[in-house]
Design a binder for this molecule. Structure first.
Ligand SMILES: Cc1cc2nc3c(=O)[nH]c(=O)nc-3n(C[C@H](O)[C@H](O)[C@H](O)COP(=O)(O)O)c2cc1C
Length: 459
């Protein structure tokens, strides 16, 4: 036996990953709720694709990079967040834990990440925000010194009853929401066989207070029928954003976009952002994984509006890949529900701790990472370097030549400089806008360019 320090004790913590959370929740939840939460629509193709698609991307780490003091924080919905993750507006959280969205809000507030509140939340938006703020007040007085607190977005469906829709908007704004997530992917409810087989109805005692519906009223109809009666299937780009903008100052994000055309429609309609989402595979089955369409959507946004995404994010590396492909931040839906089922607020905090730890670990393996995809094609270097100081940023490289070329610029990033990369297709050159802070916070821009043969250009 050799000497030396004793080996660390094996951890007793049962939750080390999001799949651990899922297993714990699956053991706890009754089958009606478990199937409602876990399932996608029809043949379950899109829900499976959402997570699988991440495995196509690989991370290319750098070594001997000083990562001390790594900072994964960024801004989303106009607020600093500890890392680029938020809680998606997933409905009926009261089925997972009696505190439902209140517990989620408390955990999100403590961990300094944002939260979407579903129209079908089991608690009123006012109560949810109070719960989140309450926990933050306690923390602030304790002087945690970390990023705490959340921005809140009210998720909304276009509704037949416009007076009710307006009341929800006004309530959300008054309560402290700063954004609306207008769900555009649900003109009709997705085909969810589990709900039909189980005659899914929201359990007794749980209402939809934001929709002004009591538990008894909801239970009178099936989920499908209730949704069809509420939802305005005539909603269109030409009407919805304008309608909302006339009634609120909150930012309007359109949730459920999966193609560049709709990103451009969002810009033309004066929306403030999009959430690239397929509703976690619960709406139209067969649409692509969100991570596979993110790049197209981010390119269509041209930096004019914020692009967020959700769908299948289960690991720190998934967050990183999404950020690298152009998302400002990502949301997680089912992980929140599993976490709630596992342990209420403490469960959601554990979930955020897992994501936060994994994000930091990634950065600590060489915060300047690249993501490679298997296809080699030109003109696909995408940079997402908006936050010079953020530890989490990435690039997608799909062409060997550009890859090598890009590394020569990496040292600039390490100084905290901020680079933006543009491809000028007319001249077939790559232009680097390199920003650095000089002296008294003066922003200085330097430009470098190379042609597609890798030769330096005058610019
Ligand atoms: C049980 C459940 C309920 C949901 N309810 C809503 C909702 O009311 N409104 C909405 O826009 N999206 C809803 N979503 C979709 C989420 O906001 C999000 O798009 C999706 O869960 C992200 O995928 P993920 O679960 O793989 O993380 C729901 C998702 C789940 C799983």
């Amino acid at each position: 036996m050799s000497g030396g320090a004793p080996l660390p004790e094996p951890t007793k913590e049962p939750i080390l990953s999001i799949s651990d959370l899922k297993e714990a929740a699956d053991r706890k939840l009754p089958s009606l709720v478990r199937e409602f939460y876990n399932s996608g629509s029809t043949d379950q193709r899109t829900i499976a694709a959402n997570s699988d698609a991440f495995t196509k991307y690989h991370l290319r780490s750098r070594v001997l990079v000083n990562v001390r003091g790594l900072d994964t924080s960024t801004t989303a919905l106009g607020r600093k967040v500890r890392f680029p993750v938020g809680c998606a507006p997933a409905g009926i959280q009261g089925m997972a834990h009696e505190d439902g969205e209140l517990a989620t809000a408390r955990a999100a507030g403590r961990w300094g990440v944002n939260m979407g509140v579903s129209s079908f939340a089991s608690y009123a938006v006012e109560e949810v925000i109070d719960a989140g703020k309450g926990v933050v007040e306690t923390l602030d007085s304790g002087g945690m010194g970390e990023v705490v607190g959340s921005a809140y977005a009210m998720q909304l469906y276009p509704m037949r009853d416009r007076a009710l829709q307006e009341r929800i908007v006004k309530r959300a704004e008054k309560a402290g929401c700063t954004a609306i997530f207008l769900t555009g992917d649900s003109p009709v409810l997705g085909v969810r066989y589990n709900e039909w087989r189980n005659d899914f109805r929201t359990p007794e005692g749980i209402g939809f207070p934001n929709m002004e519906r009591t538990s008894r009223q909801i239970r009178e109809s099936t989920h499908d029928d209730g949704f069809a009666k509420m939802n305005d299937d005539s909603a269109a780009w030409t009407t919805e954003i304008k309608w909302l903008k006339e009634r609120t100052k909150m930012k309007i994000f359109v949730k459920g976009v999966i193609c560049g055309e709709d990103v451009r429609a969002a810009i033309e309609s004066n929306a403030d952002g999009v959430i690239v989402s397929n509703h976690g595979g619960r709406q139209l089955d067969g649409v692509p994984a969100t991570i596979d369409v993110l790049e197209e959507c981010a390119a269509a946004a041209e930096g004019k509006i914020e692009v967020h995404m959700d769908g299948g994010v289960r690991k720190g590396s998934d967050i990183f890949i999404a950020v690298a492909l152009g998302a400002k931040c990502v949301y997680v839906g089912r992980p929140v529900l599993w976490a709630l089922a596992y342990g209420g607020q403490a469960g959601v905090e554990r979930m955020l701790e897992v994501f936060g730890h994994q994000s930091k670990l990634l950065g600590s393996h060489g915060s300047r990472w690249c993501v490679e995809t298997p296809e080699a094609r030109k003109q696909t270097i995408i940079s997402n370097l908006e936050e010079a100081t953020a530890g989490l940023w990435g690039m997608v490289l799909r062409d060997e030549h550009y890859q090598d070329f890009l590394w020569t610029f990496i040292p600039d990033f390490m100084t905290g400089a901020h680079q933006e990369l543009e491809y000028n297709s007319n001249d077939d050159i790559w232009i680097y806008n390199i920003y650095s802070l000089k002296g008294n916070h003066e922003l200085v821009r330097d430009q470098k360019a190379r042609n597609s043969n890798g030769e330096h250009m005058r610019w």
